[in-house]
Design a binder for this molecule. Structure first.
Ligand code: SAH
Length: 266
């Protein structure tokens, strides 16, 4: 499946090994070396056969560019040495995954390089919430945006473009910038009552989800979630999902009540 001297950038999905594609599983079983990120789930790493060399290349926040060059060099070196290389990345490799740097490094070195897509965190988070990211008439646009900033830099996003009441925003790496995100979107006109969901560790055992409103986002980001990777979803589609869920809970309560007080006609 992988030729010697070839590189595959493989999406590991959000953490749950059952969300790995069949192709990704075949690739990690056929590799001779797997370089993996810090966000790749343990359950996925457990699928890597013992004979495959497993190399962590997790990046530490704030040291990205230097580390990225070192990772590019490692991958290229392994492929030039004739290894079958898998570069395993959290979620989908092409979404906030520095895939282009690695593709370019391989291509510049004349190494064949391919991508195997993965389930991105936004998809896992919406699945956890039981909601649709898009919604006919309410959320016509879905925007994936990262709130990551270089250390010491102020978050600068096009708030005017992002404050679209008919969009769902999926914000990656946004937890620590929650206050700036809330302020930026509200000052660009998005109402404070806009529904927001925070989903931490989507698809994993430690998953936490919390639904709130935009003006309460800074508080929620500090108190409702912990240290795990978290995604922010903002927009009316989240509110519609929350309403649908509370309706379902009410129906369920009616149903349970009916069962505990069976009608005398039964
Ligand atoms: N390529 C990845 C994103 C990498 S950026 C993807 O497609 O999902 C890393 C950010 O993704 C994290 O800071 C967090 O915002 C989000 N993320 C990754 N895994 C997550 C998970 N299991 N639950 C919630 N958010 C997650």
């Amino acid at each position: 499946m992988i030729d010697f001297g070839e590189v595959w950038l493989v999406g590991a999905g959000p953490g749950d090994p059952d969300l790995l594609t069949r192709k990704a599983e075949k690739l990690i079983c056929d590799a001779s070396v797997v370089f993996f990120d810090a966000l790749v789930g343990q359950g996925v790493l457990d699928l890597v056969p013992d004979h495959v060399r497993l190399v962590p290349v997790g990046k530490r926040a704030g040291r990205h560019s230097k580390d990225q060059n070192a990772i590019d060099a490692l991958i290229v070196e392994a492929a030039l040495a004739g290894e079958k290389v898998v570069r395993l990345k959290g979620g989908d490799p092409s979404i906030f995954g520095r895939a282009m740097e690695e593709l370019t490094a391989c291509r510049d070195a004349g190494i064949p390089v391919h991508i195997c897509p993965g389930v991105t965190a936004a998809s896992a988070a919406s699945a956890s919430l039981g909601m649709s990211l898009t919604l006919r008439g309410l959320a016509r646009r879905l925007t994936f945006v990262t709130a990551h900033t270089k250390r010491g830099k102020v978050l600068s996003l096009d708030w005017q473009a992002l404050a679209d009441p008919e969009a769902t925003l999926a914000i990656y790496m946004g937890k620590s910038s929650a206050a700036q995100i809330g302020e930026g979107l509200m000052s660009a006109g998005l109402p404070g009552s806009t529904p927001v969901a925070l989903v931490e560790n989507a698809s994993l055992d430690g998953e936490v989800s919390f639904v709130t409103r935009l003006d309460l986002l800074p508080l929620a980001a500090k108190t409702a979630v912990g240290d795990g990777p978290a995604l922010l979803l903002i927009g009316e589609a989240i509110g519609a999902a929350a309403k649908a869920q509370s309706r379902a809970t009410l129906h369920r309560a009616d149903f349970d009540q009916d069962r505990s007080h069976p009608s005398t006609n039964d």
